[in-house]
Design a protein around this ligand. Structure first.
Ligand SMILES: C[S@@+](CC[C@H](N)C(=O)[O-])C[C@H]1O[C@@H](n2cnc3c(N)ncnc32)[C@H](O)[C@@H]1O
Length: 210
């Protein structure tokens, strides 16, 4: 268990998703560094910096529908979303083979039945999905990420991405592509999870209907 949180606090927060999320945290702690998924400094802060940080985005997601997570890497936030939104279909897009193997293993280990792992770059899937939501964490600046991910969104769908505190500075360079897809003015949200956890900055924008 992580340094900061009581197991009961985490269990209350995650509810029915807790066994799956706890298993994921355990596997990340045991195998994450060995398999090149996280750095050694992350081991003592898996919950705070990774699991809770990812969970913060879930409050902005619908209960159902298709969520495409771009550049899932170790499964953040995609696998946490899948555990907390069991009725949604969650597609994890990741170009690296060994990370895709890990994502498939974790899907099984966590007992998730709502996950599909797609190997490739987001740009290779343009027009392949009609996502209700695209999520992403730590993949690229907004301009690039928007070019990669907005074609995957259905009209009315939302881009909901985890970002650093300086995200406001990424909006201006992305205006051209945001206009092209008729995206609404991006909102910057401060997402909270459990008391004592760092808030997460989330950027949300909605694709205009045709
Ligand atoms: C820094 S890691 C972040 C992983 C994870 N989202 C996280 O927060 O821990 C960036 C990930 O994006 C993936 N990636 C890079 N370019 C991509 C693209 N064009 N489409 C999809 N994934 C991409 C990389 O393979 C890598 O796994």
């Amino acid at each position: 268990m992580d340094e900061n949180y009581e197991r009961s606090t985490l269990s209350d927060y995650f509810g029915e998703a807790f066994p799956a999320v706890e298993r994921f945290a355990h596997e990340l702690t045991v195998q994450g560094e060995l398999r090149g998924l996280i750095g050694p400094r992350e081991l003592g802060r898996i919950w705070d910096r990774h699991i809770l940080n990812s969970a913060a985005v879930v409050q902005y997601l619908p209960e159902q529908g298709t969520v495409v997570d771009i550049g899932s890497g170790a499964g953040l936030p995609g696998l946490v979303i899948a555990a907390m939104r069991p009725q949604a279909e969650v597609i994890l897009v990741e170009p690296m083979e060994r990370r895709c193997v890990w994502l498939a293993e974790m899907t099984d280990a966590m007992g998730l039945t709502n996950v599909e792992v797609k190997r490739g770059r987001a740009e290779e899937f343009h027009d392949a999905f009609e996502a209700d939501v695209v999520t992403s964490r730590a993949v690229a600046a907004l301009d690039k990420l928007a070019r990669w991910s907005l074609p995957l969104l259905r009209p009315g769908g939302q881009l909901v991405i985890l970002k650093g505190r300086n995200v406001a500075g990424e909006i201006e360079p992305a205006q051209k592509v945001l206009r092209k897809f008729r995206m609404s003015a991006p909102e910057i949200l401060e997402a909270r999870t459990i008391e004592g956890a760092e808030p997460t900055t989330v950027l949300r924008t909605t694709r205009g209907k045709k």
